[in-house]
Design a protein around this ligand. Structure first.
Ligand code: ADP
Ligand code: MG
Ligand code: ZN
Length: 622
C-alpha cells in the first residue's frame, strides 16, 4: 500500500522563539533576586546589634541604611579605615533619636541614614509574574513534551487537542493502476465499473435521485488482488485515492483513532469525488463483543466510522472501499445497507485467470516465447500474488544464469521453487535411500496412471528440496476440475498411498518418507466424511464447519464426542481401503514399477511423457 501521510511535526522543534524569550526572562529574574546582591561592591562583615549601637555611640559610624529588615552601616575601624557591616534590624523606637544625636566622622558631623522601602511591584506585573508566566511556561513545556512524544510514536497530530488528529492524509491523486493491470477477476471488475462511472459523473445519478452504494467491501483470500483492484478503481475514475490500513487507526490513546477517522472523512469530503480505501478493515471492524470487555479504542474508532458513513451525503461522490480476508469477523453494523452493502468477492484465479495473471506480469520482464498453459496448469490453487512471485523468481533465475530473457524452463523451475522449495544441491543421500525414494515416487505415479479418474503425471524427480521433500511427483490437471466426485477423491487418496505401498512391496519395510502423504490422505478422507457427505454411514449429515475460509481454514466439529470417535473409524476405513487398492495396483504391475524406478534413479528427473512411455510399453503388450 502506498499511502503518503504527513505529520505536522516530524521532529520536535528545538528553536521555538517564544520559549527562548521565556528562558531569558527567567534567567534575568533569577539573577536579580538571588545572584546580584552577592556581587555588591566591598566586603560586608556581619556583626551584632550591640556592636552597631556601640559604634554609633562612639561616633564612628558614617552612614546607615535600613533595608529589608537588615541594617547596613559603614564605620571607621580601629585602624582608621572604613568598612561596611551588616546586622539584623531590631524593633528599637529610639534608634532614630540615637542616630540623630550621635556624632560622626562625616564633615557635617551627622550620620547619613536612610531606610529603603522595598519597592512594591504594580499589581498587574505581580499578576503576570505569579499567574500568567508560570502558566505559559507550563503550557509550552507540555506542548514540547507532547510533540516529541508524538514524533517518537510516529503518530501525527497535536497532543493537546483531541478534536482532530492533525494528521494530513495525502490523497494519491495520480494513481496509474488501471483495470488492465488486474487480470481475470471479471466479476469484480464488472461490479466496480458502476462505481467508476458514478465517480466520473455523479450528476447523472443525482439527477434521477439514485444514490450509489456508499461502500463496497472486497472480500477474498490473501493475494487475490483486493488492494490492487481498489487502486485500479481510483486509476480508472481518475479521482484522488485516500488509502489507509485498518491498523493505522488503532492508536495508543483512546479517541485518537476516532479523530483520525473524522479527519479522513473531512479531508475526503473536501476532495470529492474521491475514493477512501480502508485496507484490512478487520483490524477496526471486528465484531464488538461485550463478553470480554472489548477494546475501547477500537470500538470508538469503529463507532466513528459508522457515524461518518451514515453522516455523509452519498451523492457527493465519496466512495468507500474496504478490503478484508476475514469477512466473518466483521461487525454486523458495518454490513447493513447504507454502509458496506456491496460485497465484491475476489476468488483464487481459475486456469484462464492464472494464465492472464502470468501474462500481465510476464509483460514486465523480457522473455522468449513461453508456453504459459503448462505453468498455469501446474499452479492450481495459487493466488495472484504467488503467480507474480513465480514470474519474478523466473526472472531472477535467468539473471543468475547470465541470460537476457526468461524461458519456459525458468518458469517451470520457479513454480517448483515456489511450491516445493529450492533444490538442495548438496543433500547427501545414500544410494539405498535414493532407491527407496525412487520407488516411492514411482509408486505414486504408477497408481495415478493406472486409475482412470486421476490427473496425468507431469514430472517425477528425486532431487531433494529445501522444503524437506526428498522427491515428488507432479500431477497436472489439464482442465480445471470444479466438481470432484467421490471416485476422484478416493483415487487421490490411493495415489497418496502409492508411495508407501511401493516401499512395502519392494523393500518389505517402511520409512518416514510418507509422513506428508499420510497427512494429506487423512485430511481428504476426513473431509469426505464430515463435509462432503460421502460416507454411507453419515449420509448427508454435516459434521464439521470451516472457519476462516480465506486464511487456511480451521475446522471445528459440530457433533457429539461419540460421533467424533466414530468418524475416526470411518476415516480409517477409507484410508485403509485406498491403501489396499494402491498395493493391489502396484503388485499387479511390478515390472513397470521396477523398470520406471531404475530409470528414475539413473536420471533423477523424468517427465511424465518418459514415464508414460514405459507404462505404455508394458500395457500395450498385455
Ligand atoms: P490482496 O490485497 O488481495 O492480499 P494484493 O492486491 O496486495 O492482494 O496483491 C498482491 C500482488 O499480487 C499484486 O501487487 C499483484 O502484483 C499480484 N496480483 C494479485 N492479483 C492479481 C491479478 N488479478 N492480476 C494481476 N496481478 C495480481
Ligand atoms: Mg491487501
Ligand atoms: Zn510420497
Amino acid at each position: 500500500m502506498n499511502n503518503k501521510q504527513e505529520t505536522q511535526s516530524s521532529a520536535p522543534r528545538r528553536g521555538n522563539p517564544l520559549t527562548g524569550i521565556l528562558w531569558v526572562v527567567l534567567i534575568v529574574l533569577f539573577l536579580n533576586g538571588f545572584v546580584f546582591p552577592l556581587f555588591s561592591p566591598g566586603r560586608i562583615t556581619t556583626t551584632d546589634y550591640g556592636t552597631f549601637i556601640e559604634r554609633v555611640d562612639s561616633g564612628l559610624v558614617q552612614e546607615v541604611m535600613i533595608k529589608n529588615g537588615q541594617i547596613f552601616f559603614t564605620a571607621r575601624t580601629d585602624k582608621g579605615k572604613t568598612a561596611t557591616f551588616r546586622t539584623g534590624a531590631v524593633d528599637d523606637p529610639h534608634l532614630v533619636d540615637r542616630l540623630l544625636d550621635a556624632k560622626s566622622p562625616n564633615e557635617n558631623g551627622k550620620i547619613a541614614f536612610t531606610q529603603i522601602v522595598p519597592q512594591e511591584n504594580s499589581p498587574i506585573l505581580n499578576f503576570i509574574l505569579m499567574w500568567i508566566l508560570p502558566g505559559m511556561i507550563f503550557f509550552l513545556l507540555w506542548r514540547q513534551a507532547g510533540k516529541s512524544l508524538q514524533a517518537r510514536m510516529g503518530g501525527g497530530g497535536n497532543f493537546l487537542s483531541f478534536g482532530n488528529s492533525g494528521a494530513r492524509i495525502y490523497a494519491d491523486s495520480d494513481v496509474k493502476t488501471t483495470f488492465a493491470d488486474v487480470a481475470g477477476q471479471d466479476e469484480a471488475k464488472e461490479a466496480l465499473t458502476e462505481i467508476v462511472d458514478f465517480l466520473h459523473s455523479p450528476e447523472k445519478y443525482a439527477r434521477i435521485g439514485a444514490s450509489l452504494p456508499k461502500g463496497a467491501l472486497l472480500v477474498g483470500p490473501p493475494g487475490t488482488g483486493k488492494t490492487l483492484i481498489a487502486r485500479a478503481v481510483a486509476g480508472e475514475a481518475r479521482v484522488p485515492f485516500f488509502a489507509m490500513s485498518g491498523s493505522e487507526f488503532v492508536q495508543m490513546f483512546v479517541g485518537m483513532g476516532a479523530a483520525k477517522v473524522r479527519d479522513l472523512f473531512k479531508q475526503a469530503g473536501e476532495k470529492a469525488p474521491c475514493i477512501i480505501f480502508i485496507d484490512e478493515i478487520d483490524a477496526i471492524g471486528k465484531r464488538r463483543d461485550t463478553a470480554f470487555g472489548g477494546n475501547d479504542e477500537r470500538e470508538q474508532t469503529l463507532n466513528q466510522l459508522l457515524t461518518e458513513m451514515d453522516g455523509f451525503d452519498g451523492r457527493k461522490g465519496v466512495v468507500i472501499l474496504a478490503a478484508t480476508n476475514r469477512p466473518e469477523t466483521l461487525d454486523k453494523a458495518l454490513l447493513r445497507p447504507g454502509r458496506f452493502d456491496r460485497r465484491i468477492q475476489m476468488e483464487l484465479p481459475d486456469l484462464e485467470g492464472r494464465k492472464a495473471i502470468l501474462q500481465v506480469h510476464l509483460a514486465q520482464v523480457k522473455h522468449e516465447a513461453v508456453d504459459l498453459s503448462i505453468v498455469a496448469q501446474a499452479t492450481a490453487g495459487s493466488s495472484g500474488a504467488e503467480l507474480a512471485n513465480i514470474v519474478n523468481e523466473a526472472a531472477l533465475r535467468a539473471v543468475r544464469q547470465g541470460r537476457q530473457r526468461v524461458t519456459t524452463s525458468d518458469l517451470e523451475e520457479s513454480v517448483e521453487t515456489v511450491l516445493a522449495g529450492a533444490q538442495k544441491k548438496h543433500a547427501v543421500l545414500s544410494l539405498d535411500e535414493k532407491r527407496i525414494v525412487a520407488y516411492h515416487e514411482i509408486g505414486h505415479a504408477l497408481v495415478a496412471a493406472m486409475q482412470t479418474a486421476s490427473a496425468p503425471v507431469h514430472k517425477i524427480t528425486i532431487i531433494p528440496r529445501t522444503s524437506g521433500a526428498l522427491g515428488y511427483t507432479m500431477q497436472v490437471d489439464e482442465g480445471e476440475q470444479v466438481l470432484l466426485s467421490r471416485e476422484n477423491l478416493f483415487n487421490r487418496i490411493a495415489t497418496l498411498a502409492g508411495g508407501r505401498s511401493a516401499e512395502e512391496l519392494v523393500f518389505k519395510s517402511i520409512t518416514t518418507g510418507a509422513s506428508n502423504d499420510i497427512e494429506q490422505a487423512t485430511k481428504l478422507a476426513r473431509a469426505m466424511v464430515t463435509r462432503f457427505g460421502m460416507s454411507d454411514k453419515y449420509d448427508m449429515m454435516g459434521l464439521e464447519t470451516v472457519n476462516n475460509a480465506y486464511l487456511g481454514g480451521d475446522n471445528s466439529l459440530t457433533c457429539s464426542s461419540e460421533t467424533a470417535a466414530q468418524i475416526d473409524n470411518e476415516v480409517l476405513r477409507i484410508v485403509k481401503e485406498a491403501h489396499e487398492k494402491a498395493r493391489g495396483i502396484l503388485s499387479g504391475n511390478r515390472e513397470i514399477l521396477d523398470e520406471a524406478a531404475a530409470y528414475l534413479l539413473q536420471r533423477e528427473t523424468i517427465t511424465g511423457e518418459e514415464f508414460m512411455r514405459i507404462v505404455r510399453k508394458h500395457t500395450a503388450g498385455a
